[in-house]
Design a protein around this ligand. Structure first.
Ligand code: NAD
Length: 482
């Protein structure tokens, strides 16, 4: 029997009048039906969120914190079930879901449960006027949260946790391709003590449900993670209402590898940064610049190691690369490799070079081998556009000055890695890269206290302890004369 999801509105599961098919990417079968919500469902969810706002916003931070912690405990208790569901729904490996996605979803709630207790506001004194000024922060109202399919529960909770910790109520719309874990979480809300209407989830497509949320006059802020193209549409649609927007978008992230890099660290980490989660992470490396002196050695070792990554059934714990999200996405990613080949680039391993053998049950799944492309021109679409799959390009460079310019030569600016044993150089390069995040001699080491987000076409705004608090609250300056 197919799994049938329902919207979660005002603390109740509510059926929808029409549904969309959701596929298991590792088999190609429809296994789940997701509500195809529209204006009506969004209207009901916004109303429930508005009704819940006065009570929730007047709770103390400590009361909200305790509820968030309880919710974290409940998700953690069901970690294995959540991980299995995420892997089946998204195509990611069970290992990735178990060790990254779900633990991080749990941590998102714990982190904001703690961080909400530690904010202080500002105060200044104007003695000559007999005045003190101070600021106060209050929740904004109903927050609209829209999340993508690559890290479904991880990114959804990264928005829900700060939004409700600050005292807002929310209407969230997960990606129509990966809705299951959000629906599972709804079942835990009441037990955690989240009052009805504080968290509402409407499932459906971006064009229908997402847009209804973006256009709703009673939703003053939208936190969106997804593609740059969708963000442009959201910006246009929300403009008449002057909404507050936080936009976390795509990337075309460079790795810059100098000839004094420790390749024994750099190679395994750059493999992960290129291929983790099938390359479907906004922070994934897709342009690798290697200094000429070590270019051939790097390439040889990198390709040999990439070939060791096992692609196959995501529920097999020994598998490193699962299925891509959809048939259409797989086609799109494959087309980039085709274009690179047509332009004269060399495909060194993976797509079209090595053969992929899959278990009988996965023959119709959306799989692709980790693919390394060399000798790609900087202006090629493979070096300019976000591919969002297990494909990475490797090119040579000579000087620091040159590589900074080339690394910055794309419209995106989300994340970069720099590999060098020279501390002066890593600081210098990090300062000059147009990138919201720069990791040197590592990748994806995050302190959630610090700002996360992109420059240029990679986003507007930042998320993190202080940044999310500022986004999800409205500040007021109050002056008292005595
Ligand atoms: P997408 O933009 O297609 O969809 C994201 C969400 O927006 C989905 O829930 C979708 O239904 C919804 N949506 C689509 N059209 C809409 C509209 N007109 N109005 C309102 N909502 C709409 O992105 P995707 O394909 O799901 O995700 C992949 C993209 O997300 C990549 O570009 C990736 O880099 C980016 N991403 C960025 C970050 C980050 O933190 N910067 C993190 C993960 C993913």
């Amino acid at each position: 029997a197919l799994l049938v999801l329902e919207n979660f509105i005002g603390g109740k599961f509510v059926p929808c009048s029409s549904y969309i098919d959701s596929y298991n990417p590792s088999t190609g079968d429809v296994y789940c039906r997701v509500p195809d919500s529209g204006k009506e469902e969004v209207e009901a969810a916004v109303k429930a969120a508005k009704d819940a706002f006065p009570i929730w916003s007047s709770k103390s931070p400590l009361e909200r914190s305790q509820i968030l912690n309880k919710l974290a405990d409940l998700i953690e208790h069901d970690l294995e079930a959540f991980a299995q569901a995420e892997s089946k729904d998204q195509g990611k490996t069970i290992t990735f879901a178990r060790t990254i996605d779900i633990p991080r979803a749990v941590y998102n709630f714990r982190f904001f449960a703690s961080s909400i207790l530690h904010h202080v506001t500002e105060c200044t004194e104007m003695a000559t006027m007999g005045c003190v000024h101070y600021t106060s922060r209050a929740p904004v109202g109903v927050a609209g949260l829209i999340s993508p399919w690559n890290l479904p529960l991880y990114l959804l909770t990264w928005k829900i946790a700060p939004a409700i910790a600050c005292g807002n109520t929310v209407v969230a719309k997960p990606s129509e391709m990966t809705s299951v874990t959000a629906w599972m979480m709804c079942k835990l809300l009441e037990k955690a003590g989240v009052p009805h209407g504080v968290v509402n989830i409407v499932f459906g497509t971006g064009g229908k449900a997402g847009e209804a949320l973006v256009c709703h006059p009673d939703v003053p802020l939208i936190s969106f993670t997804g593609s740059t193209l969708t963000a442009q549409r959201i910006t246009e649609k929300s403009a008449p209402h002057c909404k507050r927007l936080s936009l976390e978008l795509g990337g075309k992230n460079p790795a810059i590898i100098f000839d004094d890099a420790d390749l024994s660290q750099c190679i395994p980490t750059t493999l992960r940064s290129s291929f983790a989660n099938q390359g479907e992470i906004c922070l994934c490396t897709s342009r690798i610049f290697v200094q000429r002196g070590i270019y051939s050695e790097f390439l040889k070792r990198f390709v040999a190691e990439a070939r060791k990554w096992k692609t196959g059934n995501p529920s097999d714990p020994t598998v490193d690369v699962g299925a891509l999200i959809s048939k259409e996405h797989l086609e799109k990613v494959r087309n980039y490799v085709k274009k690179a080949r047509a332009e004269g680039a060399r495909v060194l391993c993976g797509e079209g070079v090595d053969s992929l053998s899959l278990p009988p049950g996965n023959q119709k799944g959306y799989f692709m081998l980790p693919t390394v492309i060399a000798e790609v021109k900087d202006e090629s679409c493979c070096m300019q556009e976000e591919i969002f799959g297990p494909v990475t390009c490797v090119v040579a460079f000579d000087t620091e000055e040159e590589v900074i310019k080339r690394a910055n030569g794309v419209k995106y600016g989300l994340a970069a890695t720099v590999w060098s044993g020279n501390v002066g150089r890593v600081h210098r390069v990090a300062h000059r890269l147009q990138s919201g995040l720069v990791w040197t001699n590592c990748w994806l080491v995050r302190d959630l206290n610090l700002p996360f987000g992109g420059m240029k076409a990679s986003g507007v705004g930042r998320e993190g302890a202080k940044d999310s608090y500022e986004f999800f609250t409205e500040i007021k300056t109050i002056t008292i004369k005595h």
